[in-house]
Design a protein around this ligand. Structure first.
Ligand code: PLP
Length: 394
C-alpha cells in the first residue's frame, strides 16, 4: 500500500526583506542536475571553477577563496576562530546588530574584545580606529561592511590602511554587500572577508563564501593553539579544497554538491552581467525606490553612507508595523521589520539580485501605498510609482 502525503507547495513570494532574495530560475535548474561524489574528478573541476569565479567577484587574487558549507554566520565564525587565539586583542567596530554579533563570536574564542561604536544609522569615522590602536595594539580589527540592521555602509579602505599601520589584520563581514556593491579585497587590502549565498548573489541560503589573504594565512599557520572548531579549521578545509600547492584533495566533510552547483551558477550570472553593470543596477533600483518613498511622504532612517541594497524606512506616525507587513504578505510580498531598538519603528526593504529591477520596485511601492492608505495614511495615489518610473526613464 502506498501512502499519499501532502506535497510541498510553498507560496510564490516576492522576497524584499534582507535575504533570502528570490532565486534566479537558472540557479534552480542548476540545482536539479545530478548529484555526483564530492571527490569525483568532475566535481573537483567544478570546485576549481567555483573558486576562480569567486575570486573574480571578490576582486582578489587570494588562493584561499571558497564557499564554507553553512550560512553567512559560519563564514564570520570561520574568520574569527581561525585568526584569534585565547588572550589575543581584537577591536570590533559596531554600527548595529551584526557588529554586535561579531563581538559575541570573537569573545567566544577567548580573545580580549574591545569595541568601538557609532549611533544606529551612522558609520564609524576611520580615525576612531586609529585612536583605539594607538592607545593599545591589537592583532585584528573586525567590522561589518554593510550593516543590514541600519542600512549604513562602513568605510573599509581607510580602516584597512590604519589597521596595517598598527600591525593589525582586518576582517570584514560583507554578507550583504557582495554582489550588489563594490567589495575590492585586493585594492582595499582586506585580509579576510565572509559573505553569504542568499543576498545579492541571489542563490538559496546555505553557503558562505570566504576569502583569506597571505597575511591572514600566515597567522593561521603560525597559531600556537589548534583552532577550536574542527569543522571550520582552514588548515583542514584547504586540504580538501586544495592549498594551491599539492594537487591532492583530502576528505574533510562531504561537500554540499547541490549548493555548490547553485553557487557556481550564481557566480556565472554575476560575471556574465559584469560587476560594474550589476552594481549600477542595484544603485538605480535604490534611487528609484527612494524617489517613490519620498513621493509617498516617507523617509529613510539611515544617515551617512546609505546601502543601495538595504533600505531602512521610518514607519510614519499612526501606522502599525505588523498590520502593514501582514497586508503585504497577502499580496505575496515579504519585507522585514526593524531589529532590537528599531523594531516597530522601521521597515527593512532589500533590493537584492533579481529584485534590483523595475518590476519588483514598482510592485512593492504600489502595494505599500495601498497598505498605508487602508490605514488612513494620506498620500497622492500613484505618485510613488510615477516617481520611481521617472528615475528609470532618466
Ligand atoms: C544576513 C547577515 C548575516 C547572517 O548571515 P546568515 O546567512 O543568516 O547566517 C551576517 N551579517 C550580516 C551583515 C547579514 O546581513
Amino acid at each position: 500500500m502506498s501512502r499519499m502525503l501532502p506535497e510541498l507547495n510553498p507560496p510564490e513570494r516576492l522576497l524584499m526583506g534582507p535575504g533570502p532574495s528570490n532565486v534566479d530560475p537558472r540557479i534552480l535548474r542548476a540545482m536539479a542536475t545530478p548529484v555526483i561524489g564530492h571527490l569525483d574528478p568532475a566535481f573537483l573541476g567544478l570546485m576549481d571553477e567555483t573558486m576562480g569565479w569567486l575570486r573574480q567577484v571578490y576582486q582578489t587574487r587570494n588562493h584561499h577563496t571558497v564557499p564554507i558549507s553553512a550560512t553567512g554566520s559560519a563564514g564570520i565564525e570561520t574568520m574569527l576562530v581561525n585568526l584569534l587565539e585565547p588572550g589575543d586583542d581584537v577591536v570590533v567596530g559596531i554600527i548595529g546588530y551584526f557588529g554586535q554579533r561579531m563581538a559575541d563570536v570573537a569573545a567566544r574564542t577567548g580573545a580580549n574584545v574591545r569595541v568601538i561604536e557609532a549611533p544606529l544609522g551612522e558609520s564609524i569615522p576611520p580615525e576612531r580606529f586609529e585612536e583605539e590602536l594607538k592607545r593599545k595594539p591589537a592583532k585584528l580589527v573586525a567590522m561589518v561592511h554593510a550593516e543590514t540592521s541600519t542600512g549604513a555602509e562602513q568605510e573599509v579602505a581607510a580602516v584597512a590602511e590604519i589597521a596595517h599601520r598598527y600591525g593589525a589584520l582586518l576582517a570584514i563581514d560583507c554578507v550583504t554587500s557582495l554582489g550588489g556593491m563594490p567589495v575590492k579585497i585586493d585594492e582595499w587590502d582586506v585580509d579576510a572577508a565572509a559573505s553569504c549565498s542568499q543576498k545579492c548573489l541571489g542563490a538559496p541560503p546555505g553557503l558562505s563564501p570566504v576569502t583569506f589573504g597571505p597575511r591572514a594565512m600566515e597567522v593561521v599557520s603560525g597559531r600556537k593553539s589548534r583552532c577550536q572548531s574542527w569543522y571550520l579549521d582552514l588548515n583542514l578545509l584547504f586540504a580538501y579544497w586544495g592549498d594551491g600547492k599539492a594537487n591532492t584533495r583530502v576528505f574533510h566533510h562531504t561537500g554540499p554538491i547541490t549548493m555548490i552547483y547553485a553557487m557556481r551558477e550564481a557566480l556565472r550570472i554575476v560575471l556574465e552581467e559584469g560587476l560594474e553593470a550589476r552594481f549600477a543596477r542595484h544603485r538605480k533600483a535604490h534611487e528609484a525606490f527612494v524617489a517613490g518613498l519620498e513621493a509617498m511622504g516617507l523617509s529613510l532612517f539611515t544617515r551617512g553612507r546609505r546601502l543601495p541594497m538595504l533600505n531602512v524606512i521610518n514607519i510614519p506616525e499612526g501606522i502599525d508595523d505588523l498590520t502593514v507587513r501582514r497586508r503585504l504578505l497577502e499580496e505575496n510580498i515579504e519585507i522585514s521589520g526593524g531589529f532590537g531598538p528599531l523594531a516597530g519603528r522601521t521597515w527593512r526593504v532589500g533590493l537584492m539580485g533579481v529584485n534590483a529591477n523595475p518590476a519588483p520596485v514598482m510592485r512593492l511601492l504600489s502595494a505599500l501605498e495601498t497598505a498605508l492608505v487602508e490605514q488612513g495614511y494620506r498620500c497622492e495615489r500613484g505618485a510613488a510609482v510615477a516617481a520611481a518610473r521617472a528615475v528609470y526613464k532618466q
